[in-house]
Design a protein around this ligand. Structure first.
Ligand code: PDD
Length: 278
C-alpha cells in the first residue's frame, strides 16, 4: 500500500512519523474519512469543509490548500488502484520536544492512506446491526473530529463483549450518537428523528446528506434528541457514517426495533443515498 506522508508517497513500510509527533503523544490531531464507491468519492466536499473547521477550532493550520488535498486524494487512490473503500486523512499539530504547550508556527504532519472495502456489500447493510446502549464517556467538544478516540474504542469493546455489533451512547437520558456514526430513529408516524448538531455530537457529513435527500423526497425530518424511553416504541432505526453509509439498526440495548428487520423508510433512504452517490 502507498501512503501519503507530508507531501510525498511511500510504500507503507517506508512511511514513518516521528516519535515526538503530538498526534502520538497527546492525541493532538484531527482526522477525516471519505467513502469511495465505484471510483467516486462520496460527500468529499463536506468532509474537507469539516477538516478545515476541526483544525480551525484547535488552531492547527491547514497542511495544504483544499484543491491540493483533493489532488492528493485522487493520486493516492490511483496509486493504490482503489475503487471502493475509504480514504483516511490525519493532520497532527506537528512534532517537537514533548511539552503540553505547543510552540507557535509548528509545521503540521499530514498522512493519508486508503482502505479498500465494498462498503455497500457489507452484510450489516442487509441484515442490520444490534447496538449496545452505553453512557457517553467523551469530552465536551465532540464536534471536533480529533483522534482522541479512547472513549469510543472502549465502548465498542464492551459492546462486542456483550454480544452486540456496535454501540450508541447516551447522556442525560438521551442518545448522543454512535461511537463512529450518527443515530437516527423513525417514529410510528413515519417521522425521521436525529439529534441537532451541537458540541455534544460530531456533525456527520452523511447525516447532512441523508437529511437533505429525505427532505427532497418529502420525507419528514425532525432534528431533536432521542429520549431513551422512546426507544422501545420506535418503528425503525438506522445509523449513518462515511464507512457504513446508511445502515439499518435492528436492536438498541434490550429493545428489538420494529419486526427485528430493516424497516421500509430505512430501505428507501439506503437506496436514495446510493443512487445520489452514483
Ligand atoms: N466516523 N459520529 C462519530 C463519533 C463518528 O466518528 C463518525 C464518523 C460519525 C459520522 O460522520 P460521517 O457521516 O461524517 O462519517 C458520527 C468515521 C467514519 C470513523 O471514525 O471512521
Amino acid at each position: 500500500r502507498q501512503i501519503f506522508l507530508n507531501g510525498s508517497y511511500f510504500p507503507e513500510h517506508q512511511a514513518s512519523v516521528p516519535v515526538m509527533d503530538r498526534g502520538l503523544l497527546f492525541g493532538d490531531a484531527i482526522y477525516e474519512v471519505t467513502a469511495m464507491l465505484d471510483g467516486r468519492m462520496i460527500d468529499n466536499d463536506l468532509h474537507l469543509a469539516r477538516l478545515q473547521r476541526s483544525l480551525g477550532e484547535i488552531n492547527i493550520p491547514m497542511p495544504m490548500p483544499i484543491e491540493d488535498i483533493i489532488e492528493m486524494q485522487i493520486e493516492l487512490v490511483r496509486r493504490n488502484a482503489m475503487t471502493d473503500g475509504t480514504i483516511y486523512m490525519q493532520v497532527s499539530r506537528g512534532a517537537e520536544e514533548r511539552n503540553f504547550l505547543p510552540s507557535e508556527g509548528l509545521k503540521p504532519g499530514f498522512v493519508a492512506f486508503t482502505q479498500p472495502k465494498k462498503l455497500d456489500r457489507n452484510p450489516a447493510q442487509q441484515v442490520g446491526a444490534k447496538m449496545a446502549l452505553l453512557p457517553d464517556p467523551r469530552w465536551s467538544r465532540r464536534d471536533i473530529k480529533t483522534v482522541m478516540l479512547l472513549g469510543q474504542v472502549n465502548a465498542k469493546q464492551s459492546a462486542k463483549l456483550d454480544g452486540f455489533d456496535d454501540v450508541w451512547m447516551f447522556e442525560d437520558g438521551c442518545v448522543t450518537e454512535g461511537a463512529s456514526s450518527t443515530a437516527f430513529v423513525v417514529t410510528g408516524d413515519g417521522e425521521i428523528v436525529t439529534r441537532p448538531n451541537s458540541t455534544a455530537i460530531l456533525p456527520g457529513c452523511t447525516r447532512q446528506a441523508v437529511i437533505a435527500i429525505a427532505r427532497d423526497h418529502g420525507m419528514p425530518v425532525h432534528e431533536r434528541a432521542i429520549a431513551l424511553e422512546e426507544i422501545p416504541h420506535v418503528a425503525e432505526a438506522f445509523l449513518t457514517s462515511a464507512s457504513s453509509l446508511v445502515q439499518p439498526v435492528i436492536q438498541i440495548g434490550a429493545s428489538v426495533i420494529g419486526s427485528g428487520q430493516p424497516g421500509p423508510v430505512t430501505r428507501q433512504l439506503q437506496k436514495l443515498y446510493l443512487e445520489a452517490a452514483r
